[in-house]
Design a protein around this ligand. Sequence first.
Ligand SMILES: NC(=O)C1=CN([C@@H]2O[C@H](COP(=O)(O)OP(=O)(O)OC[C@H]3O[C@@H](n4cnc5c(N)ncnc54)[C@H](O)[C@@H]3O)[C@@H](O)[C@H]2O)[C@@H](O)CC1
Ligand SMILES: Nc1ncnc2c1ncn2[C@@H]1O[C@H](COP(=O)(O)OP(=O)(O)O)[C@@H](O)[C@H]1O
Ligand SMILES: [Mg+2]
Length: 282
Amino acid sequence: MTEITEDLLKKVIVKRKSDSYKGKYGRILLIGGSENYGGAIIMSTEGAVNAGAGLVATATHPMNLTALHARLPEAMFLDWHDAQLADLIKKMDVIVCGPGLGMSDLAKQIMVILRRCCSEKQTVVLDASALDLISEDKTLLPANAGHLVLTPHQMEWQRLSQIRIPFQTDSANIAALNQLIPDSNAMLVLKSNHTHVYDGTGQIFVNPIGNPGMATGGMGDTLAGIIGGFVAQFGPSTETVLAAVYMHSLAGDLLYQDHYVVRPTEIAKVLPKLMKKYSELS
Ligand SMILES: NC(=O)C1=CN([C@@H]2O[C@H](COP(=O)(O)OP(=O)(O)OC[C@H]3O[C@@H](n4cnc5c(N)ncnc54)[C@H](O)[C@@H]3O)[C@@H](O)[C@H]2O)[C@@H](O)CC1
Ligand SMILES: Nc1ncnc2c1ncn2[C@@H]1O[C@H](COP(=O)(O)OP(=O)(O)O)[C@@H](O)[C@H]1O
Ligand SMILES: [Mg+2]
C-alpha cells in the first residue's frame, strides 16, 4: 500500500502555458441535482470550476437554474429533460454523474443515456445516486467509458459490492472491483476518514490526511467535481485522481486549523490559491 504525498501535487499541477485557451483544460459535464438535492450538483460544479476545468456544463433539474447561476455563472446549464443531453454527453472529455441525482425513473433514464453515449475517449466519474442506481441494476454501468472513477462512501460501496462495511478489506475490495468491472480501466475511490484508492491493476493507495471537520454533507459531492476538474485538465491518469483526493483533504486540513466545521464550499473556495502554490513548485 502506498501513501499519497504532497509531492504528487507538485508533479500533477503544472504551470499553465501562455499560449493556451479554455479548450486545453478540458470540457466537463456534471449531471445531478433533483428537486431535493440541488445543492449537491451545485457543490460538485463549484469543485470542477474552481479546480480549473476549461469548460463546465451542468445538466440538472430546471428548478436549480437560478441557484446554479447565482453562484456559478461560469457553468453552462442544460435542463436534464432536454433531448440535447445525449449530444452534450458525446462532446465532453469528462462526465461526473450522480451527486443529488436521486433514484427516480428519470434518473435511471439518464443513466441509460450516459451508458449509450459515452465512449472510450472519455472519463466518467460516478458518485452517490449513480452508484446506488447501478447497485440496483448493474446494466446501468457506463462500461464503454475509457476510464471510470467510482467514488462511493462505505455505505454506497456496501450496496454496490455486497461487502458489509466491517468486511471491506483491501483484498475483498479489489476482488469486488474486478468482478464489477473486469477491465483495468476503473478506479475505486473508497471514501472514509482515510480514503483508499484502488487503481484496477491491484495497486492500493491511502490518503493519510483529512479531518473530522470534513464530515459535512456535500463534502463528497465537492470531491467528485474536483476529481472531474483535475482529470479534465491534467488527463485521466491514476496520479491525477490521487492528486485530486489529496488536494481535497489538504484544503480541508488548512481550514480545520482554525474552523471547527469545514464547509465543502469553503474547500472549493481555497482551491485556486492552493493550486497556484503547487504549480510554482512543479
Ligand atoms: N446538499 C445536498 O443536496 C446534498 C445531497 N446529497 C445527496 O444525497 C443523496 C444521498 O446520499 P447520502 O450519502 O446522504 O445517503 P446514503 O444513504 O447513500 O448514505 C448515508 C448512510 O450511509 C452511512 N454511512 C456509513 N459509512 C459511511 C461513510 N463512510 N460515509 C458516509 N456515510 C456512511 C450513514 O450512516 C448513512 O446511514 C446523494 O444523491 C447525494 O449526492 C448528499 O451529498 C448531502 C448533501
Ligand atoms: N472524519 C473524516 N476524516 C477525513 N475525511 C472525512 C471524514 N469524514 C468525511 N470525510 C471526507 O468527506 C467526504 C464525504 O463524502 P460523502 O459521504 O460522499 O459526502 P456527501 O455525499 O455528503 O457529499 C469524503 O471525501 C471523505 O473522505
Ligand atoms: Mg456522497
